[in-house]
Design a protein around this ligand. Sequence first.
Ligand code: ATP
Length: 452
Amino acid sequence: MSVKIDMEKMVSLCKRRGFIFQSSEIYGGLSACWDYGPLGIELKRNIKDAWWRSMVQARDDMVGLDSSILMHPQTWVASGHVAGFQDPLVDCKSCRRRWRADDVNEDRCPECGGELTEPRLFNLMFKTFFGAVEEEAAVVYLRPETAQGVFVNFANVMATARKKLPLGIAQIGKAFRNEITAGNFIFRDREFEMMEAEFFVKPGTDEQWLKYWLEERFNWYVNLGIQKENLRIREHSKDELAHYARACYDIDYLFPMGWSELEGIANRGDFDLTQHAQHSGKDLSYYDPDTEERYVPYVIEPSAGVDRSALAFLLDAYDEEPDKKEIRVLLRLHPDLAPIKVAVLPLSRNEALVPMARDVHADLRQRFMTQYDDAQSVGRRYRRQDEIGTPFCVTIDFQSLEDKQVTIRDRDSMKQIRVPVAELKNSLAAKLAGEPLDVLPPGGRYWLGFPD
Ligand code: ATP
């Protein structure tokens, strides 16, 4: 069971250890834009890979897509975003702070108590100019979601994928929203990444598929280590539903600021395909060869944020343990998500150890994301790896030079085993895939280890 951590502490850990930095920090930063450092990028890639494996690679009924960020402006007219993707905002007449009207309960500023203006509608899409002329005719938008790239490619994919419905199209990519009140670290950004699937089904089967996806997606987080009690499912009320949705559920996570949306799973009906068919004049219906019917499919959409997931995984993995007079800080990240899988640590910088330690490292890095660390005491180095969530450390000592064995030390239990170098790579691979530490490879043995 991990301990709760507040957001400030997480921001500081992420900065100190190279997970996440504020964008353009040397110029004072750009609000709600974030840069992922050497460890953050690994975490993010691992999250996206885990999603892709479960959504595309492991299924017969899903294919992938990577559509462009800039799209024909009519796309956003048809989707309803030009007219409807807006939030009401209010300004404080005294301190000038801007608020989302639905975040303010009274007609006074939550910051200074000043009087607020009447709400005005504010479109969240970023605009830019296409081509050399800065005129209204050349306005295009940075996409606020990846889904529309899927809808406009529905016919292309159906014509080429040689698949029948139900079929999903999955996409991971950047999205941009000019959020009125961004914040809570990487929870609400103006530039972020989404992992979305549009799952096309026969009308009438949509409710059952909505339930199916809700369960699948909930289990994805649990299987990657999020504690069940920190997740909940919340159904949208009728007046909360987006213009396109027939029904929608959120998977919420218990973030430090309270329960907040991690992922939305919506039944979008035939809204999008119908709109695009009308606006483009192209037929986006589907002919079902089994029933000989033609229909416009309904779509179930699980839509998740990469950054929000990264935040939830980090918060949930954070733990502190009493450690003699100090505190051991660790990230109990699932091995699939951990940025570094194995750290290679020579017991000391003694020259005799270096060639073997370098050889072990050179071999392991062919297979895993690794780090080589020889600075300071081995105990300190274990702590450093604990704090970035590295599941295993491999230590090379003087005896290793004689018996060609090294130790594997487990992040969570701090237990150690000793294994022949020849078995190391396979043994680590098995343990990273979930084999318990005390399952020994041939020639391996339990080991009291170096004092942790
Ligand atoms: P919210 O109510 O928090 O604004 P939303 O309902 O507008 O979110 P969706 O349009 O359903 O969000 O987006 C799907 C997912 O994309 C969200 O569950 C979240 O994980 C992610 N997401 C949306 N907006 C942002 C943002 N500004 N920053 C980071 N992630 C976001």
